[in-house]
Write a protein that binds this ligand. Structure first.
Ligand code: AHR
Length: 322
């Protein structure tokens, strides 16, 4: 057999293997309880999840909870009543899940958590696909510590949704990174609920309270959307974001790379919107071969700054549903 024929055969076999790898999910009904659409990152996660499901032939039942836990609980109960094969849930807050997840467990329906953690016994979910959110805050804080070096730096913080795991953990990681560096202090911290509008509004309040922003050296936002809102507030106050006030945040959405290009933001920690890919792979292995996945599947947390080909990173992301 010629080399070319052998290669063609090998390629055919591997194509067969890769589609066979997900054969068990094809045709399955899977429920997805999404938080809402508070940020560009969230929109991208929704669109990636839908397209991953479509590629695998999954019949995905999508429920948008509009930021309300009660809507998520209702949706999960609806999925249980329908007898879905599995449930994906991005939990808006970390507490209050035990009862409904126990119902799913009793109905023998595996639950996979996406992008946020919960305070509940671990046997109530099959696995959790998320970043290490404490690390994300730490990476952002380390960047700021290195960037300001010995300079005094007063920081304002825009927190995510109250009671959500990323708000709790990103706060902790950032504070840990600043600990022991007496020249840096967080002077104000308030929730901006992960939205652009709230980020702008809260930043306006910070600027007003701090003599028009003169004493503020940096803003740390728990997501890029709030950072983009803060950038607008800083500009409206007659200051230059990115130089008068440093801007560091988390997510890696296209708009923050655009702000890098404009010199208006300084660092972001990337969070992949593709939580569904690893989730479906784990679910498939579990349903087809009984393989129990790791309890926590941790995605990467990579720091980006304007030096990292900001225009190229923007171009790479802009068509991905953000
Ligand atoms: O849980 C992930 C966070 O939720 C993202 O960082 C933020 O943009 C989203 O709203």
């Amino acid at each position: 057999m010629s080399i070319l024929k052998k290669l063609a055969l090998a390629a055919g076999v591997s194509a067969l293997l890769s589609s066979a790898a997900y054969a068990d999910l094809s045709g399955k009904v899977i429920g997805f309880s999404q938080i809402g659409s508070e940020s560009g990152w969230r929109a991208a996660e929704t669109s990636v999840t839908k397209s991953e499901a479509e590629k695998l032939g999954i019949d995905l039942k999508f429920a948008d909870a509009q930021q309300k836990q009660e809507n998520q609980i209702k949706a999960i109960r609806g999925f249980i009543a329908q007898g879905v094969a599995a449930i994906l849930v991005a939990p808006v807050v970390s507490t209050g899940w035990e009862e409904v997840l126990t119902e799913a467990k009793e109905a023998n329906i595996p639950v996979i958590l996406l992008d946020r953690g919960i305070d509940a016994p671990q046997d109530l979910y099959l696995t959790s696909v998320a970043s290490d959110q404490v690390k994300e805050g730490h990476v952002a804080g380390d960047w700021l510590v290195k960037t300001v070096a010995d300079k005094d730096c007063k920081v304002v913080e825009l927190q995510g949704t109250v009671g959500s795991s990323p708000a709790i953990n990103r706060k902790k990681g950032f504070e840990d990174a600043l600990a022991g560096h007496a020249n840096l202090s967080i002077i104000r911290s308030q929730t901006g609920d992960f939205t652009r509008a709230k980020g702008k509004e809260v930043m306006e309040g910070f600027l007003k309270a701090e003599d028009g922003g003169k004493g503020i050296c940096a803003v740390y936002a728990h997501n890029d959307d709030m950072a983009v809102g803060a950038i607008q507030a800083i500009k409206d106050a007659g200051l230059k974001p990115g130089s008068d006030i440093l801007v560091v945040s988390i997510d890696g959405v296209p708009d923050i790379f655009q702000a890098f290009v404009a010199g208006e933001a300084n660092a972001t920690v990337e969070l992949t919107p593709n939580m569904a890919g690893p989730a479906f792979a784990a679910l498939d292995a579990y349903l087809s071969a009984g393989t129990v996945p790791e309890k926590f599947i941790i995605t990467e947390s990579k720091l980006y700054t304007p030096a990292d080909d900001a225009q190229g990173e923007y171009d790479r992301r802009k068509g991905l549903g953000y």
